[in-house]
Write a protein of this length. Structure first.
Length: 220
């Protein structure tokens, strides 16, 4: 349980009230919450729920599970690079294919890309923790604000300040979420190509197998 888990339940009535007021009265003209609502395409309640659904734990677990595979890729690459214990056309074909596999395991499609994937998972987990922490702080601020008192006090449908109070709370909350969204887009731009799927193209055989002689080398 983190700070967002703790503050989320107390914040739900306020978020629901904010959403209701914004739906009923609309958004005050020229208020800073307008572009935030447009860019995020969500009211504060739904936007908060989306961030609350972010859980870094599975990504941290994935890092731990993937880390041993880096050494496994390296060992497999060395095994593929070892010469075959036979000669002839089959050995030439094997060496050609094994060399391509070894290069892939050592190259962008193998160990390096796997290492980048692990670092990307770490960066995403860190982003989730930061997003949740900053949202928890924003919710803590609005829960103790005068706007929250006005919104959650005795309902007065004639109160002309309700839309402004709801907009102020919405701007505080959505501002934190918009900042997290910007950070996520930067992460995607930085890591997207480095962790994208890299297909393995089978190499063309260096020599044919039909009619070729094979000589097996025996150790001794």
């Amino acid at each position: 349980m983190d700070a967002l888990d703790i503050v989320l339940d107390p914040a739900r009535p306020l978020l629901g009230r904010v959403d209701d007021v914004l739906r009923e009265y609309g958004v005050p003209a020229e208020h800073p919450v307008r572009p935030l609502l447009r860019d995020l395409a969500a009211l504060p309640g739904a936007a908060v729920a989306a961030v609350a659904a972010l859980r870094p734990g599975p990504l941290v677990l994935a890092q731990r599970q993937l880390a041993p595979l880096v050494d496994a890729y390296d060992q497999a690459a060395r095994a593929a690079a070892a010469p075959a214990p036979w000669t002839g056309a089959a050995a030439q074909s094997y060496a050609h294919r094994a060399g391509a596999l070894s290069a892939r395991l050592h190259g962008d499609g193998g160990a390096r890309r796997l290492a980048d994937t692990i670092r990307y998972a770490e960066a995403m987990a860190t982003w989730m923790v930061t997003a949740r922490t900053e949202l928890a702080r924003a919710l803590g601020r609005v829960l103790t604000s005068a706007e929250a008192v006005r919104l959650l006090g005795a309902p007065d449908r004639a109160d002309p300040e309700l839309p402004l109070a709801a907009a102020a709370v919405g701007a505080e909350v959505l501002g934190a979420i918009a900042a997290a969204t910007d950070d996520a887009q930067r992460l995607g731009a930085t890591w997207g190509e480095r962790v994208a799927y890299a297909p393995f193209f089978r190499p063309i055989d260096a020599g044919g197998l039909v009619g070729g002689a094979v000589t097996v080398r025996h150790g001794g």
